[in-house]
Structure formats: structure tokens, C-alpha cells
Design a protein around this ligand. Structure first.
Ligand code: ATP
Ligand code: MN
Length: 147
């Protein structure tokens, strides 16, 4: 039923929890897990005047690679096949497009991420992905979620 599971990550605790669920499902279904970290294009253009957009983008890309590396390490420990991806763009656009282009049949992501206020039911990236994705989206919360 599930062959390609996509976990988008912003390196947050909630995304880590989503990885745990994605790995469990991947093990049961013998699926491949794709991990995608999106460098938010709006963060590139909003940088400090003294720093060039290219420098900001390269730092953000390094951070994003650190996030996907961490998930790859977890995959190696767990025996799950992980394909990493880093892209720049608007996160929900990049997530939905990646899913369409890679035959993804399930997206697993956190209810919240790094920046959100927990009084909202869902973070904006998750809300927009749920609205727009043509494949099911499994949302995972952490114990510390207040909502
Ligand atoms: P907001 O961003 O709206 O202030 P938030 O940070 O709490 O709130 P989201 O950004 O929607 O919430 O994060 C929810 C989930 O979306 C994360 O757990 C992660 O799975 C995914 N996600 C968020 N940002 C990115 C990103 N830049 N790249 C990949 N996945 C992301
Ligand atoms: Mn966020």
C-alpha cells in the first residue's frame, strides 16, 4: 500500500516524532522513506543587509543538509532505506511538488515545527500541505503539544 513515504523536516522535535512513525510504517510496508528539508525562500531574501543572499542560502542549505543527514543516520540504525533531498522554495509548495514528482503515497509530518505558537491547531506548513496534497497526510504531535 505504501511504497514511498515522504517526511518533510525542519529539524524540530515534532518532525523527529514524525520520522519515528514514518520509519515504523516503512518497516511494515517495506517502503522507502524520502526526507525533504526545504530552505524557505523568504528567509533568503529577508537577510541582514551586510550578508549576501547567496551566503544566507548556503548557510541555510548546510543546516538543511544537517537535518536530512540526521534522519539518514537514524535510517541506517533502524534498517530503513532513506533518500534525502534539500530544496529551496516555499515549504508547502516544495513538499506537495516533491510528493507528486516522486510517486509519494503518504506524507508524515509534525503538527508543529520550530516557530509555531502552540495555540494554533496546526503549523502553517502542515495546514497548507493538508489542504493541497492529493495523497494522505499523517500528522504527528509531541507529548509537549499543548493543543
Ligand atoms: P509556523 O511555521 O506556521 O510558524 P510551526 O513552525 O510550528 O508554525 P510548521 O512550520 O507548519 O509549524 O511545521 C510543521 C511540520 O512541517 C514540521 O514538523 C515539519 O514536518 C514540516 N516542516 C515545517 N517547515 C519545514 C521545512 N522548511 N522543510 C520541510 N518540512 C518542514
Ligand atoms: Mn515553521
Amino acid at each position: 500500500m505504501y511504497d514511498h513515504i515522504l517526511v518533510p523536516t525542519d529539524g524540530s522535535e515534532c518532525a523527529d516524532e514524525a520520522v519515528t512513525h514514518a520509519f515504523n510504517l516503512a518497516t511494515q510496508h517495506d517502503a522507502e522513506v524520502h526526507v525533504l528539508s526545504v530552505v524557505d525562500a523568504r528567509d533568503i531574501s529577508h537577510g541582514a543587509p551586510a550578508v549576501s543572499p547567496a551566503q544566507i542560502e548556503s548557510t541555510l542549505r548546510e543546516n538543511a543538509h544537517d537535518m536530512t543527514d540526521a534522519v539518514e543516520d537514524r535510517g541506517a540504525d533502524t534498517g530503513v532505506n532513506v533518500t534525502p533531498a534539500v530544496e529551496a522554495g516555499i515549504p508547502d509548495d516544495a513538499i506537495v511538488t516533491y510528493a507528486e514528482e516522486h510517486d509519494v503515497d503518504l506524507i508524515v509530518m509534525g503538527t508543529h515545527g520550530r516557530t509555531g505558537l502552540e495555540r494554533y491547531l496546526l503549523g502553517s506548513v502542515t495546514e497548507r500541505t493538508v489542504r493541497r496534497s492529493s495523497v494522505p497526510v499523517l500528522t504527528v504531535r509531541t507529548d509537549t503539544d499543548a493543543a
